[in-house]
Write a protein that binds this ligand. Structure first.
Ligand code: TRP
Length: 459
C-alpha cells in the first residue's frame, strides 16, 4: 500500500467547531472528574490548584501548540510525523514512546471507566437509595474488588470505544464529541450549584481555593505537572494525531487556549461539586482514587430528583471518559493503519485486545483486597505503576522532547508559516511569545522538576 493511497483516504474534521469539540473531548475526561479532585484532595487543596494553573499556562499550552504544529504540518500519525519532519533520525522515538504511553494509560483508564459505567447501572437500579458516608465507602469497595464484575465492565467500555473508533474520524469521533460535550458542561454546572448549597459547603470551597504556600513542595509540583499533561492529553502524540485531522484554516493557538480554558473550567466545577460534599459529610479529602465514587452519590441523596441527577452525572462522566479514550486509542490506531498498512477496523480490534489483556492487571490490583491487590513492587501495585510511569515520567519526558524539537530543530519560518495559516492570520506577536515559552520557559521548568525528582537538584 503506497503512502499516496493513504493520503488520499485520510479524513479531516469538517469544521472549526468540530475541531474544538473533538479536542476538548480528548482533554475532558476522568482527569477532570476523578483525578483532579482526588489529587487536589491529597496535595493540599488551593496550593495544588495554584501550581497546577501555572503548569497549564507555562508548560501545557506551549506543549499543546507544539503538538498541533507537528500534527497538522505533517498530517501523519505520531510516529510518521517525526519521520516526515526528520527522516531517518531517532526523533520518531518520541512517537513510539507515545504509543507506549497510550497503552499504559489505557490499562488503568479503561478500568476506572468501567467503574463509572457500573455506577450508571447501580444508580439506575436504585442501589444508592438511603446512602450514608459509610455505606458509600462499602459500595465503592464492592465495586472494585470484583474480580468478575469490574472486568466485565472494562470489556463493555472497550467495546463501546471500539465501535465508535471503527466508524472513523468524522462519523465516529466528531459526531460523538460534538453532541455530547455541551451536555456534559451543563450537567457539571448543575452539580456544582447543588453542592454549594449543602450545609457546611464553605469549608470545601475554602479547601479548594485557599492557597497555603507552605504546602507547595517538590512532590506537589511534580504531581501538578503530571496532571497538567494528563489533563490536556499531552506528551504522547494524542494532540498531534488529532491535529493531523484539523482543518487548514483553524487558528490553532486560539484552539489551544480555548481548550485549556474550558478544560480547566470543568475541573474546577468538578472540584466545586465534590469538596463541599466531602466536608459537609465529614469525609476525608485525601481519600484517594475512590473519592469521586464515595462523594457524588451522597451529594445527590436526599434531594428532589436526586437519583435522576445521579444517573445523569455518571452517564456524563462515562461520556467524558469515553471521548477521552477515543483520543488515547486513536494514537496506536493511526500508527498501525498508516505505518503498518493494517485496516482501521483490525487496528482498533488488535489495540482493544492488547488493552484488555494488560488492563486486567490494573483492574485486579486496583484495591488492596482485590485479586492481585497484594502484589506490590517497591510499594506500588500494577494499577499505580501504570499511572505513575505514564503521568509522572513518560508524559513529561515526552513533553520536554517535543518542546525541544519544535523550539530548536524546526526552522522559525516554518513555525510562523504553519501557526499563521500561511500568513492568513495576523498573529506574529502570538507566535513570537509562543516561541519564547517553548524555547526557554517550558523546557527549563520541565528540567528543573525532573532534576529535582531525581534528587540531583534540591530546592
Ligand atoms: N485528558 C484525558 C483526561 O483528562 C485523558 C487523556 C486522553 C490523555 N488522551 C490522553 C492523557 C493522552 C494523557 C495523554 O481524562
Amino acid at each position: 500500500m503506497s503512502a499516496q493511497n493513504n493520503d488520499m483516504k485520510r479524513e479531516k474534521f469538517s469544521s472549526g467547531i468540530a475541531v474544538f469539540f473533538a479536542t476538548l473531548g480528548s482533554a475532558v475526561g476522568l482527569g477532570n472528574i476523578w483525578k483532579f479532585p482526588y489529587l487536589t484532595g491529597q496535595n493540599g487543596g488551593g496550593a495544588f490548584l495554584f501550581v497546577y494553573l501555572l503548569c497549564i499556562l507555562l508548560v501545557g499550552i506551549p506543549v499543546m501548540v507544539s503538538e498541533f504544529y507537528i500534527g497538522r504540518k505533517t498530517r501523519k500519525n505520531a510516529v510518521g510525523a517525526f519521520e516526515a519532519l526528520k527522516p531517518g533520525t531517532p526523533w520518531k522515538g518520541i512517537g513510539l514512546m507515545g504509543v507506549a504511553a497510550a497503552y499504559l494509560i489505557m490499562f488503568f483508564y479503561s478500568c476506572v471507566a468501567g467503574w463509572v459505567y457500573s455506577y450508571v447501572f447501580k444508580a439506575i437500579k436504585g442501589d444508592f437509595a438511603g446512602i450514608t458516608a459509610d455505606t458509600a465507602k462499602a459500595q465503592f469497595g464492592s465495586t472494585v474488588v470484583g474480580p468478575l464484575p469490574p472486568l466485565l465492565w472494562q470489556i463493555i467500555v472497550m467495546a463501546v470505544v471500539s465501535l465508535i473508533l471503527i466508524s472513523g474520524v468524522k462519523k465516529g469521533i466528531e459526531r460523538v464529541t460534538k453532541t455530547l460535550m455541551p451536555v456534559l458542561f451543563i450537567l457539571v454546572i448543575i452539580c456544582g450549584i447543588r453542592a454549594i448549597t449543602l450545609p457546611g459547603a464553605f469549608a470545601g470551597l475554602e479547601f479548594l481555593f485557599r492557597v497555603d504556600f507552605a504546602k507547595i513542595t517538590p512532590p506537589v509540583i511534580l504531581t501538578a505537572l503530571g496532571l497538567a499533561f494528563f489533563k490536556l492529553s499531552l506528551g504522547m502524540g494524542t494532540m498531534m494525531t488529532y491535529a493531523s485531522y484539523f482543518t487548514d484554516d483553524n487558528h490553532m493557538m486560539a484552539t489551544s487556549a480555548k481548550v485549556a480554558l474550558s478544560d480547566t473550567a470543568v475541573s474546577i466545577l468538578a472540584g466545586i461539586a465534590i469538596f463541599p460534599a466531602v466536608f459537609s459529610f465529614g469525609m476525608e479529602p485525601g481519600a484517594g482514587p475512590g473519592l469521586l465514587f464515595m462523594t457524588i452519590p451522597l451529594v445527590f441523596s436526599k434531594m428532589m430528583f436526586g437519583n435522576i441527577l445521579l444517573i445523569a452525572f455518571f452517564v456524563l462522566t462515562s461520556i467524558a471518559a469515553t471521548t477521552a479514550m477515543l483520543s488515547l486509542v486513536e494514537v496506536p490506531v493511526a500508527y498501525m493503519t498508516e505505518e503498518k498498512g493494517i485496516s482501521r477496523r483490525n487496528s482498533v480490534l488488535i489495540n482493544s485486545f492488547i488493552i484488555l489483556l494488560f488492563g486486567t492487571l490494573a483492574t485486579f490490583s486496583a484495591d488492596k483486597s482485590s485479586l492481585l491487590g497484594g502484589i506490590q513492587f517497591w510499594g506500588r501495585g500494577f494499577f499505580d505503576w501504570f499511572d505513575f510511569i505514564s503521568s509522572n515520567i513518560l508524559l513529561p519526558v515526552g513533553g520536554l522532547l517535543i518542546v525541544l524539537f519544535v523550539g530548536y530543530f524546526i526552522k522559525k519560518e516554518d513555525i510562523f508559516g504553519e501557526l499563521s495559516n500561511r500568513g492568513r492570520l495576523n498573529n506574529g506577536w502570538l507566535v513570537q511569545s509562543f516561541l519564547f515559552l517553548v524555547r526557554f520557559i517550558s523546557p527549563l521548568l520541565l528540567l528543573l522538576v525532573f532534576l529535582n525528582s531525581l534528587g540531583i537538584l534540591k530546592f
